[in-house]
Design a protein. Structure first.
Length: 284
């Protein structure tokens, strides 16, 4: 029903951000890219692309993007199975930052020696990685959501356990103060972990005196240096000395799940199996 070349062009626009950049990647003119997208929209009877910078898919566009990436993966698997190509299969996954900085490293190490797979990771908050699946940006995701995205299967991985931590000198200085009044370190605007924990303890969100540090090692270093308190995973806590538990009897368990497209793809299954092994070894 759909022209595969037009579908691939739509994906190129999304991946590259603009029609001009997609044209360069595809070695065609911007006019050709525009005509293919228009033809695809006429075929489906729907607007698929919002031509902003960067370009954005509409809800219908997300459906076509998922189809396009599934088609590309199946084509690659078929060509590999028939011996028509020696190119490795690209597997795009979405992973939350804390997993990427801790237990998911074991997945990367295991797949490093597999010449048949190239792994691409989109980093996002665990509450938002499933959206990358819905949008067709990735074929699998580590997510906090147990509800399967349409067309996906879901498998529980285990829990990441966090504790409220602070530098020893700061914890002593802040002793007796309300948690919601002392400085806090958060990953980014999507990171609600500290606020949710603070509400649980005090009924209020964490302090407006906060540092946004969207990098795992820098985030940890900020807590160690005394910039503020934060929830650190047990993997992160083991890496540092001089930290103390603010509420040792109140850990926070964040359940993680693996969601992937329902495709009979051997390379995707290899990645899924590596994720399952790492999770069994590292998560609660």
């Amino acid at each position: 029903m759909l022209d595969p070349e037009a579908v691939r062009t739509l994906l190129a626009v999304v991946d590259e951000g603009t029609l001009d950049a997609a044209a360069k990647a595809l070695h065609v003119t911007p006019s050709a890219v525009s005509q293919r997208i228009k033809a695809l929209e006429q075929r489906t009877g729907r607007v698929l692309l919002v031509r902003t910078k960067p370009a954005r898919l509409t809800e219908s566009g997300h459906v076509i993007a998922r189809y396009g990436r599934q088609l590309a993966l199946l084509e690659q698997d078929t060509a590999t199975g028939l011996g028509l190509t020696e190119s490795p299969t690209a597997i795009q996954v979405a992973v939350n930052a804390d997993s990427l900085n801790t237990w998911f490293r074991a997945v990367v190490r295991e797949l490093a020696s597999n010449d048949d797979i190239v792994l691409g990771v989109l980093r996002d908050d665990q509450d938002h990685t499933a959206e990358a699946l819905r949008q067709g940006l990735v074929v699998a995701a580590v997510t906090s959501s147990p509800q399967p995205v349409q067309g996906c299967s879901v498998r529980p991985l285990g829990n990441m356990r966090y504790h409220a931590m602070a530098a020893k000198a700061c914890a002593k200085r802040w002793q007796g103060k309300d948690l919601s009044t002392i400085p806090v370190v958060v990953f980014d605007e999507k990171d609600d972990l500290q606020d949710a924990f603070c509400r649980q303890i005090t009924g209020n969100p964490a302090s407006a005196h906060r540092h946004y540090l969207p990098d795992g090692p820098v985030f940890e270093d900020a807590v160690v240096a005394g910039a503020g308190w934060a929830l650190l995973s047990e993997h992160q806590i083991k890496r540092h000395r001089g930290l103390v538990h603010l509420f040792p009897d109140t850990p926070v368990d964040v359940p993680l799940h693996w969601q992937q497209w329902k495709l009979d793809s051997p390379p995707l299954q290899v990645v899924a199996d590596a994720v399952a092994r790492a999770a069994r070894s590292e998560l609660h």
